[in-house]
Design a protein around this ligand. Structure first.
Ligand code: FAD
Length: 400
């Protein structure tokens, strides 16, 4: 029996999970990915960027049989550790006990694990193949490589787009039909910084307790099993642990204003801002001024589409269909749910792709819309309200 062919554009987190699930179910899966193979070239960016993996995401990994591969690199986060401006901390648990937690995983390692799983299941991944145009009338998709050489693919009947927020497939679909696309910028951006492992921090500038912890051989400079938040009203920093002892710190701040990214244009301005707002974190981030200068400033916003598919010829999932702001830590988790749902529908009956894609959209879009709204709400919750309980308690104690 000949295997049904599936063509996926994008081998990021969602595309590579979908490729794994479909290849495991006997489909002949081909994936075209813009970047070089990260297992050979190193993950683009090179920095240790991590993501919060929740039960929704674990479910997708479980279905693909990848839980065991991911456990060793996942760090449990029991709750949010709130740091106030005076350096006091307060752990707010997510649930009753350790059955209700989220996990921090390294994006690069997760992606590479998924790529290997997809290939082990039989998927063929073509790296350095960027989708540039689609000729829908003649079923021709053009991919170009780094050297600028073009390759035309005609052996597909449907294209599945997991090519992220800037999806080229979405653009090609929109040239053929109105997808009802709108993008709402948040007006806030982010910058990634790092708290290195405790052993790499210069002892001279460390507080005494950390010097002792370092001498004992502790790996983490702050509590490892928490998602750290420094809420400051209209902006905040967060930090997620990495298994090797470092933390990825992310500053979320308005693009313009006081304070805003437009004002942090010199080392002195950045230093003054951090020393005023995040004083307890500064001794833990010896490279933050260099990181601030060299790491890109990422823009944030929400992408809404009324239609996720072009009849039976193409469908979008993951960020390509519904990029959201990251404050609920659910973009990838939601994309993994898309992958499981789409793989289930395709493997149940793929004789009418248009019907399958319409059903996929009907099932997933209400969930994606809900998580997009929750993610926007959670920014206000995280940067403003998580501190309230602390603040009120402190005031009450002061009055007592
Ligand atoms: P992507 O990860 O963007 O992958 C798209 C892939 O397609 C890439 O490999 C890209 O190279 C490839 N591609 C792009 N264009 C083309 C083309 N033309 N041709 C071929 N290939 C192409 N989510 C969480 O669940 N938890 C978190 O804690 C979390 N934190 C986040 C923090 C930040 C700062 C940000 C910005 C996002 C965060 N997210 C988080 C969201 C998460 O990163 C995304 O939802 C997730 O990466 C989406 O996966 P994807 O595969 O759809 O897209």
């Amino acid at each position: 029996m000949s295997r049904k062919a599936i063509t996926i554009v994008g081998a990021g987190l969602v595309g590579s999970l979908l490729a794994t699930l479909l290849a495991q179910r006997g489909f002949a899966v081909t994936v075209h990915e813009r970047r070089p193979d990260p297992r050979k070239a190193g993950f683009v960016g090179g920095r240790s960027i991590n993501l919060a993996l929740a039960e929704r995401g674990w479910h997708g990994l479980r279905v693909a049989g990848l839980t065991e591969a991911m456990r060793p690199i996942a760090v449990m986060m029991r709750g949010r550790m709130v740091h106030d401006v005076h350096g006091n901390t307060n752990l707010q648990r997510y649930g009753r006990d350790d059955s209700e937690v989220i996990w921090s995983v390294n994006r690069g390692q997760l992606n590479m694990t998924l790529l290997s799983a997809a290939e082990a299941a039989g998927a063929k991944i073509h790296f350095d193949q960027r989708l540039t145009t689609v000729d829908w009338d003649n079923s021709r998709a053009v991919f170009s490589d780094e050297a600028g050489l073009s390759h035309t693919s005609t052996d597909w009947t449907t294209l599945i787009g997991a090519d992220g927020a800037g999806s080229a497939l979405r653009q090609a679909m929109a040239a053929r039909t109105d997808l009802g696309e709108r993008f709402e910028p948040l007006g806030h951006a982010y910058k990634e910084l790092e708290i290195p492992p405790l052993a790499d921090l210069p002892a001279a500038t460390l507080p005494e307790a950390l010097r002792q912890a370092r001498a004992r051989g502790d790996r983490f400079a702050i509590e490892p099993n928490a998602l750290h938040i420094w809420p400051r009203g209209g902006y905040m920093c967060i930090a997620l642990p990495n298994a090797e002892g470092s933390f990825t710190v992310t500053l979320f701040l308005p693009t313009a204003g006081n304070p805003g990214f437009d004002q942090l244009t010199s080392r002195d301005a950045v230093r003054a801002f951090f020393e005023r707002e995040f004083a307890d974190a500064v001794p833990l981030m010896p490279g933050y001024l260099d990181d601030f200068a060299s790491n890109p400033t990422g823009m944030l916003g929400t992408l809404y589409l009324d239609r996720w598919h072009l009849d039976g010829r193409a469908v979008l999932l993951g960020d390509a269909a519904h990029a959201i702001v990251p404050f609920h830590g659910q973009g990838m988790n939601c994309g993994f749910e898309d992958a499981v749902e789409l793989a289930d529908l395709i493997s149940a009956d793929f004789s009418d792709p248009a019907a399958v894609f319409a059903q996929f959209q009907a099932r997933r879009k209400p969930n994606a819309d809900a998580i997009a709204a929750m993610a926007l709400d959670n920014y206000i919750e995280m940067r403003d309200r998580v501190d309230d309980a602390d603040y009120l308690l402190m005031r009450a104690l002061e009055r007592a």
